[in-house]
Write a protein that binds this ligand. Structure first.
Ligand code: FYN
Ligand code: ADP
Length: 594
C-alpha cells in the first residue's frame, strides 16, 4: 500500500486551540521532498541505502532510518557506491548510494562508472548545490554541474527540481538501471528540493510503483534455432558463462542446458559457482587448451572484451595477435549492439538470459547428440593434469607461507561453508584465489570485474553481508585492502560477519623491490615491512589475528566463521611471492617480464 509519510503542518494557534478544546483536530496534511523520496524508494521495494551523510542529505539519512529503511553509513562514498552496485548485482534491484554534493558525488562517481561498465544496476543519488548559483558559476558551496559530469559515465542521468516530480524521477531511474542491459544511473537532487512542501494527497498521487521494471525480452525463434543448429553441428563446442549469466538468476535452466547438451563450459570469474566448480563439464582448469581448440563457442552473458582477449589472437589460436582463430560464435545477450563488437558473431541470440536459455532448452530435444567423445576426453586429460599439478603445489608447506599454502586453507574453508560470500581483489591475490578456491553456488564470488578495479573489497564485503546475511570471506592483496581499509570501522559498527584475509607480502605485487638509486625513499612498489593490519580491526573492537602458518590461518578462519565476529587475519606471505600484475603482466607497456 502507498504510505506517504506526511508531515503535519499545524499553525501554532490552531494547535493551541485544539489542545485547549480537546475537540476534533483540523490539520492540513503536507509532505515534502524528503518524505516523497523515501516513500518513492520504499514503494519500489528498496529497503537499504548505502551512503555517507553531510550537506544537504544529512536529514534525509535520519528520516530514511526513521521510516524503516536500512541506512548503512560509510567512511568514504566510493565504498558506499561499490556496496550499492554489488547489492544491485546480487538482487536485480538497483542498489542505492547516497552522497553529498561535488566531492562526495565525485567520490561516488567512480563506483557508478564501474557499475555501468559491469552492467550492475545502481542509482547514485547526490544532493547538489543551488542551481541558480551553479549555472551562473557564482561560487556556491560545493558548486558543480553534477548532472553534466555524470552523464557520460552513467547509463542515464536525471535531475529533479520539483517535489511533485520525485516519483517520476525515481521511476525513471529504476527503469533505466534494471531494464535491458543494467547499469548505473545518476539522480541529481538539489538541496532546495528536500524541504519543498506538497499537499499530501498530491504527493501520494505523484508517486509511481514501477510495473515490470525489467521486462522479459523474448528471443526470436529463428535466432534460437540458428544457435542450436550451430551448436549441434560443432565438433568441439564450448560454452562460456559470464557474470551476466550469474546476474540473470536463471541458475537451474543454465545448469540444465549445460548438462542436457553435454557441452563443456568455462566460467568467467564472477560466474564461478553458477554450476559447482567441481562439475565434470567445467573446463576451467583447461582454459588455455579449450579456447584455441573449440570450433563453436557460445557466450552466455559474457563479452568478448580484454578478459577474453577480444575473441581473437593467440589465446584463440589466431596466427598473430589480432588474427581470428577460426571459431564460430553464438552470443546470448540482452544488448542487441554487443554482437560483432570484436569478432563476427554467427548466431546472436538477443533477449534476457532466462528467456533465451529456456527457449534453447526446449529446442534441445531427445534427438540431441552430445559432443564427440574425443573432445571431452582431450579436455578431461588437460584438466586432470592441471588439477593434479595444482594439488601437488597446494600440498607444500613452505616457510614463510606463499599464496598457494595460504589459499589451500581458504579453499577448504569455502568448501566447508558453500553459502559464504567470497570477495576477492588484488593482483596475485586475485589470480591465485580465482584458480585455487572452488565455488559451489551462484553469485557467491564477487570480484574486481570488467575493469579489474582495486578498492571494491570492503564495500562489496559490507553489501554482501547486509544483503545476504551470510558469512563473508574477503581475500585481499595488501595493496588492494589499502583502498578501502578504513571501512573496517563500518564492519565493526554494524557488527557484520566479515572475515578479511590479507595476503600480506609487503607491497604492490611483491615486497622485495628496492630504490635503484640507493636513496632513502623506498621503491614505489613497497609498503612498511611487517605492517600489522590486524590492529586496525582491533582498534574498532573486532578480532585481529597475525597468522604466519597455514595452521594459524585455518584456526583463525574457523573461529571467524563460528563466531561471525568481524575478523581481520594478517596472513604473512613470502615477500618474494608474486608476479608483476599477476597473470596480466603482458599488459604493462614496458615490463613484459613474467
Ligand atoms: C584454472 N586453472 C586451474 C584451475 N582453474 N588449474 C587447476 N585447477 C583449477 N581449479 C588454470 C587454468 O587452466 C589456467 O591455466 C590458469 O589456471 C589460470 O586460469 P584463469 O585464471 O582462468 O586464466 P587466465 O589466463 O589468468 O585468465 C585470463 C583472465 C584472468 C584475463 C580472464 O586473468 C582474469 O580474470 N583476470 C583479471 C585480472 C585483473 O583484473 N587483475 C587486476 C589486477 S590489478 P592454463 O590453462 O594452463 O593457462 C593491477 O595489476
Ligand atoms: P564477464 O566479465 O563475466 O565476461 P561481462 O560483464 O563481460 O561478463 O558480460 C555481461 C553481459 O551480460 C553483458 O554483455 C550484458 O549485456 C549481459 N547481461 C546482463 N544481464 C543480462 C540479462 N539479464 N540477460 C541477458 N544478458 C544480460
Amino acid at each position: 500500500m502507498e504510505s506517504v509519510t506526511a508531515t503535519r503542518k499545524e499553525t501554532q494557534s490552531q494547535a493551541a486551540a485544539d489542545k485547549a478544546s480537546a475537540g476534533p483536530t483540523t490539520v492540513q496534511q503536507e509532505t515534502d521532498g524528503f518524505h516523497l523520496l523515501i516513500d518513492a524508494l520504499k514503494q519500489n521495494g528498496i529497503d537499504t541505502i548505502f551512503g555517507l551523510p553531510g550537506i544537504p542529505i544529512t536529514d534525509l539519512t535520519r528520516k530514511a532510518q526513521a521510516a524503516g529503511l536500512r541506512v548503512i553509513s560509510f567512511r568514504h562514498e566510493q565504498n558506499a557506491g561499490y556496496a550499492a552496485s554489488i547489492a544491485g548485482f546480487m538482487t536485480q534491484k538497483p542498489g542505492i548510494c547516497l552522497t553529498v554534493s561535488a566531492p562526495g558525488f565525485l567520490n561516488g562517481l567512480t563506483a557508478l562508472a564501474n557499475a555501468t561498465t559491469n552492467c550492475f544496476p545502481m542509482i547514485l543519488i547526490s544532493g547538489s548545490s543551488e542551481r541558480e548559483i551553479v549555472d551562473l558559476q557564482q561560487g556556491d558551496y560545493e558548486e558543480m554541474d553534477q548532472l553534466a559530469i555524470a552523464k557520460p559515465l552513467a547509463k542515464a542521468a536525471f535531475r529533479v527540481l520539483h517535489a511533485e516530480d520525485i516519483g517520476i524521477g525515481v521511476a525513471r531511474a529504476i527503469r533505466a538501471a534494471v531494464s535491458g542491459r543494467p547499469g548505473g544511473v545518476y539522480l541529481d537532487l538539489p538541496a532546495k528540493l528536500f524541504p519543498q512542501a506538497v499537499d499530501a494527497a498530491t504527493g501520494r498521487n505523484s508517486l509511481i510503483r514501477v510495473v515490470d521494471p525489467a521486462p522479459r525480452q523474448i528471443p526470436s525463434e529463428q535466432s534460437v534455432m540458428r544457435a542450436v543448429e550451430l551448436l549441434q553441428n560443432a565438433k568441439r563446442p564450448l560454452i562460456i558463462l559470464g557474470k551476466g549469466a550469474a546476474y540473470a538468476q536463471a541458475d537451474a535452466d543454465i545448469r540444465a542446458l549445460v548438462e542436457k547438451t553435454g557441452i563443456p563450459y568455462l566460467p568467467m570469474a564472477m560466474a564461478k559457482g553458477l554450476l559447482p566448480d567441481t562439475h565434470d563439464l567445467s573446463a576451467a582448469a583447461a582454459r588455455s587448451y579449450v579456447l584455441p581448440e573449440a570450433d563453436v563457442v557460445m557466450l552466455i552473458g559474457a563479452r568478448l572484451n580484454w578478459l577474453l582477449s577480444h575473441g581473437k589472437g593467440k589465446t584463440w589460436g589466431g596466427a598473430s595477435p589480432k588474427a581470428w582463430g577460426g571459431q564460430k560464435f553464438i552470443q546470448v545477450d540482452i544488448s542487441p549492439t554487443e554482437a560483432d563488437s570484436n569478432v563476427r558473431i554467427d548466431a546472436p541470440v538477443v533477449g534476457d538470459i532466462g528467456s533465451c536459455v529456456s527457449a534453447m532448452l526446449k529446442a534441445v530435444d531427445s534427438k540431441w547428440r552430445k559432443p564427440p567423445e574425443d573432445w571431452l576426453t582431450a579436455i578431461a586429460e588437460r584438466k586432470n593434469k592441471n588439477v593434479a599439478k595444482m594439488a601437488e603445489t597446494l600440498a607444500k608447506n613452505p616457510t614463510p607461507m606463499n599464496f598457494h599454502s595460504a589459499l589451500a586453507v581458504v579453499r577448504d574453508i569455502v568448501k566447508a561453508n558453500p553459502d559464504a560470500m567470497l570477495v576477492n581483489e588484488g593482483a596475485n591475490a586475485l589470480d591465485f584465489t580465482r584458480s585455487i578456491v572452488d565455488m559451489y553456488k551462484p553469485r557467491k564470488r564477487l570480484d574486481v570485474g570488467t575493469w579489474g578495479v582495486m578498492g571494491i573489497g570492503m564495500g562489496f564485503s559490507i553489501a554482501a553481508a547486509v544483503v545476504s546475511g551470510q558469512q563473508v570471506i574477503a581475500v585481499e592483496g595488501d595493496s588492494a585492502f589499502g583502498f578501502s581499509g578504513m571501512e573496517v570501522e563500518t564492519i565493526c559498527r554494524y557488527n557484520l560477519p566479515v572475515c578479511i584475509v590479507i595476503l600480506n607480502n609487503n607491497g604492490v605485487y611483491r615486497g622485495d623491490e628496492v630504490n635503484p638509486t640507493g636513496g632513502a625513499d623506498p621503491s614505489p612498489l613497497v609498503f612498511v615491512k611487517d605492517a600489522r593490519y590486524e590492529k586496525l580491526m582491533e582498534a574498532f573492537g573486532g578480532v585481529g589475528v597475525h597468522a604466519t602458518t597455514p595452521a594459524a590461518l585455518r584456526t583463525a578462519m574457523e573461529e571467524a566463521v563460528r563466531s561471525r565476529r568481524p575478523t581481520l587475519i594478517n596472513a604473512i606471505i613470502d615477500e618474494r611471492a608474486g608476479t608483476e600484475s599477476g597473470r596480466i603482466t603482458s599488459l604493462n607497456p614496458t615490463a613484459k617480464k613474467k
